[in-house]
Design a protein. Structure first.
Length: 463
């Protein structure tokens, strides 16, 4: 009899176990308490903020929350001012971020006091190493959520739902940009069929404040435009890039810009034509600048015959400090070699004083057990960002020399190589979601350990 009762209880528990498949990430729906949300304006973004508060409210029952768009010098970019019953921001996106932060604090039991919260970096991006055929380089959670193995360009209802869920998850932790394809880029990404799909993705991302970016192949002018060269100083090449940028922005007016891997691991680049990294980056920067776009130029460069790989990026980029356009950001891996489990920070951090520099972290576990091992990466990232470069004396941490606190950078940014795929739980390993979450949280408080509470209330002060 006991055995029968035990089996019956086990069977009855199965539906609830199946329901928790990890797909809702840290945004699992809870029974919301009644709340009145007052917003003087309406827009797709503000409507999302209102809806999120109404559907997730865990504060005082019957409370009234006011959303206010008002300029305040203390609030930077998409930051916000927060207390228990109001959110104020300079932008609609700031209101949305404030809504997610208020809900997060309610759910974790963290104190909610009058406070201004500003992002540390202007651009906070995920880099997807997704290929046009749907495969993912260093991906351990299934195929791409953006591209298909059958190369079909039909946009399904499932596609649209996934893209909306992805954008919502990113907005909830402050990520505001997504590079949709692999840095080992195919020129196909700049063709009409792919750009139409990018537009469809951008349209869904837009209300959540997530801009789309593309990795581009440096030799695209020759491969797509029929030119005899892709030399960045060639006038025809410059004209081609400007025309391509104009085409993209006519389709996607808020397109973010380009990410480039050049002259590295067999990828073509300006050095193939006797030109410098600055020459290569600047021609793309000039093409996107009229539209407010940026170019993220990766510093991951090395040749197999170099005697000291750890210093090659430093040797290649330092001589050109100050020669890059002001809408170019040099994207530097956290370490000088290649996302090693343990290595010092890149010597480029703090050394380049006249050029915008951004850290590149790896959320996917290339060298740390793929999707098999449970590894929490936030502590490693915090250690790197808090490491002192001493470039301007004590306190010149990697974070402060890249976030605009020490050097007057035109733009600041941070990127993380995504661990996301088509697996039901997005990341392969359930706990790998914590690394996606922690990357987004890094920009607000480096000393804070990001928490993921699987839908339960954490003790007061946890987080």
């Amino acid at each position: 009899m006991r055995t029968i009762i035990f089996c019956l209880l086990l069977v009855l528990s199965v539906p609830s176990l199946q329901a928790q498949d990890g797909h809702e990430l840290w945004l699992r729906k809870k029974t919301a308490l009644p709340v009145t949300v007052v917003s003087s304006k309406k827009s797709p973004t503000l409507n999302i903020a209102v809806q999120e508060l109404q559907q997730g409210w865990q504060g005082a029952p019957g409370a009234t929350v006011t959303l206010t768009l008002r300029k305040d010098k203390a609030i930077k970019r998409d930051g916000f001012k927060l207390n228990q019953n109001s959110i104020q921001a300079n932008t609609e996106l700031g209101i949305l971020y404030g809504a997610y932060e208020l809900l997060r604090r309610q759910q974790t039991g963290e104190a909610i006091t009058d406070e201004v919260v500003n992002p540390s970096y202007e651009y906070r991006l995920l880099n997807h190493w997704d290929n046009p055929n749907g495969s993912i380089e260093r991906g351990y959670a299934g195929n791409s959520i953006f591209w298909r193995r059958d190369s079909s360009f039909v946009i399904t209802e499932r596609d649209q739902t996934l893209w909306q869920e992805y954008a919502r998850a990113n907005a909830s932790i402050g990520i505001n940009g997504s590079v949709l394809n692999n840095v080992n880029a195919s020129q196909l990404m700049l063709t009409a069929d792919y750009l139409k799909r990018v537009k469809a993705i951008a349209d869904i991302f837009r209300p959540y404040g997530v801009k789309v970016y593309l990795s581009v192949k440096f030799t695209s002018p020759a491969l797509l435009g029929g030119l005899s060269t892709s030399d960045p100083l060639n006038d025809s090449v410059k004209t081609w890039w400007k025309a391509k940028a104009k085409e993209i922005y006519s389709i996607i007016p808020d397109f973010g810009g380009f990410l480039v891997k050049a002259s590295s691991e067999g990828q073509p680049g300006p050095q193939d034509y006797g030109r410098t990294h600055a020459d290569g980056a600047n021609v793309l920067a000039d093409a996107v600048k009229p539209y407010g776009g940026i170019v993220m130029w990766r510093a991951f460069v090395y040749s197999p015959n170099d005697k000291d790989r750890a210093k090659q990026a430093y040797n290649e980029f330092m001589p050109f400090d100050g020669q890059f356009r002001d809408n170019v950001i040099i994207q530097v891996k956290n370490g000088p070699v290649d996302f090693m489990p343990r290595e010092p920070f890149s010597p480029l951090f703090g050394a380049m004083k006249k050029t915008s520099i951004m850290p590149e972290l790896q959320i996917t576990q290339e060298y740390l057990g793929h999707s098999t091992h449970l590894v929490f990466l936030s502590t490693m990232w915090e250690e790197m960002l808090q490491s002192d470069t001493y470039q301007q004396g004590q306190g010149s941490t990697v974070a402060r020399v890249t976030d605009g606190n020490i050097y007057p950078q035109k733009h600041t940014a941070i990127a993380g190589v995504s661990n996301i795929g088509l697996d039901t739980n997005w990341c392969g390993h359930h706990f790998a979601q914590a690394n996606w979450y922690a990357f987004g949280r890094l920009r607000r408080c480096l000393a804070e350990r990001a928490g993921l509470y699987a839908g339960s209330r954490a003790p007061a002060g946890a987080g």
